[in-house]
Ligand binder design. Structure first.
Ligand code: GLA
Length: 399
């Protein structure tokens, strides 16, 4: 018996590090975990405004603008280059960035972004090619993840074009493993457009997952190829609220605020709904050229606080009278954020009752208008407001 104990002790002494790693993994303490996205990620992504027209000057100027505009102070953090930064693979299979557009290389660019106190993100695809026909990561998952880590990547958006017969859960799990062992904490953004109902399986694999096709800079347009105006996207979020929480978020796609296709009222409504949904807030406009109204929308701290509330509840639609919808989100302090959303063609009076948001009707509650940044006073039983056509009233109701 003593000999057995001695052998075991000897093994422990000689293999301290191995045992430490085994215990570490067994306890589930991993480099990559939910804590990277305890609240919905906030940042900027190149796709909605610039498509394939990306280069290092744009990315650096965007990082500068994120700081200068006050967006960084309001909580925006990630600068993500979407498709088209990559042009091929070398003979060893290493991914090659477009050196004409990114002459200083990705490491230098990441260093620049980090020097501004921001984080750096890239895009790839689970299939053999990206949606724009650039090399995908299929078969190169571990090699790519190692490269991203070496460059200083903090966020990976991973698309679903050219996936052939691949299984989505297996494909995303594989990259998840590759990122885990890369040695760098990297937020993993799943982008398979809701095709395989990722809300049912992606918790623990990705920190966020797209729930729909691509957003368009319009109120209610629908493109043949699946692009959607944001009110159609909103309709597709109903019922998904129970799947979101700290570390795992439904992603109704990036913001179109400031891209020029909608009115300020519509952009304010778009931003309000994304905040009540606890959606990732990835700006998609040109941060170097923003009107004061657009900056005001993107940096409204009281509205952002609804999005970033640490309870991590996704808000839900609690009333639907045709064009008149009421959305509510429970907050950590017990208050409710409420959006009265008027989809009709005329201004209208809309209301919410305390019963609808889970309060007894006899309760007195403070109502604060989050866009006017003004306390409206104490109300009992219900609150109503005139809401502009295609717009919102957004309030926080605190008993
Ligand atoms: C898909 C994604 C978009 C964008 C493009 C890039 O359409 O859904 O968000 O990344 O690919 O090609």
């Amino acid at each position: 018996m003593n000999t057995v104990i001695n052998i075991v002790l000897d093994f422990f002494k000689k293999n301290k590090i191995v045992i430490f790693i085994i215990l570490f993994s067994a306890l589930g303490i991993n480099a990559q975990d939910d804590s990277l996205a305890l609240t919905p990620p906030m940042g900027w992504n190149s796709w909605n405004k610039f498509g394939c027209d990306v280069n290092e000057t744009l990315i650096k100027e965007t990082a500068d603008a994120m700081v200068k505009s006050g967006m960084k102070n309001a909580g925006y953090e990630y600068i993500v280059i979407d498709d088209c930064w990559q042009i091929g693979r070398d003979k060893d299979g290493n991914i090659i960035p477009d050196s004409e557009r990114f002459p200083s290389g990705m490491k230098t660019l990441a260093d620049y972004i980090h020097s501004k106190g921001l984080k750096f993100g890239l895009y790839s695809d689970a299939g053999i090619k990206t949606c724009q026909g650039r090399p995908g990561s299929r078969g190169y998952e571990f090699q790519d993840a190692r490269q991203y880590a070496a460059w200083g990547v903090d966020y990976l958006k991973y698309d679903w074009c050219y996936h052939g017969k691949q299984n989505a859960e297996a494909s995303y799990s594989l990259m998840r493993e590759a990122l885990k062992v890369s040695g760098r904490p990297i937020v993993f953004s799943i982008c398979e457009w809701g095709t395989n109902q990722p809300w049912l399986w992606a918790k623990g694999i990705g920190h966020l997952w797209r729930t729909t096709g691509d957003i368009q800079d319009c109120w209610d347009c629908k493109k043949d190829w699946g692009g959607l105006g944001w009110i159609h996207i909103i309709d597709l979020q109903v019922g998904l609220e129970s799947y979101a929480g700290p570390g795992h978020w439904n992603d109704p796609d990036m913001l179109e605020v400031g891209n020029g296709g909608m009115t300020i009222t519509e952009y304010r409504a778009h931003f309000s709904l994304w905040c009540i949904l606890a959606a990732p807030l990835m700006a998609g406009n040109d941060l170097r050229n923003m009107s004061p109204e657009i900056v005001e929308i993107l940096t409204n701290r009281e509205v952002i606080a609804v999005n970033q509330d640490s309870l991590g509840r996704q808000g839900s639609k609690i009333k639907d009278d045709g064009d008149f919808e009421v959305w509510s989100k429970q907050m950590k302090d017990g208050s409710r954020a409420v959006v009265l959303f008027n989809r009709s063609k005329s201004d209208a009076e809309m209301s919410v009752s305390w019963n609808e948001i889970g309060y007894p009707n006899h309760l007195y509650a403070n109502v604060r208008d989050l866009w006017k940044k003004k306390d409206l006073g104490k109300y009992k039983g219900n609150f109503s407001a005139i809401v502009p056509s295609h717009g919102v009233a957004m309030v926080r109701i605190t008993p």
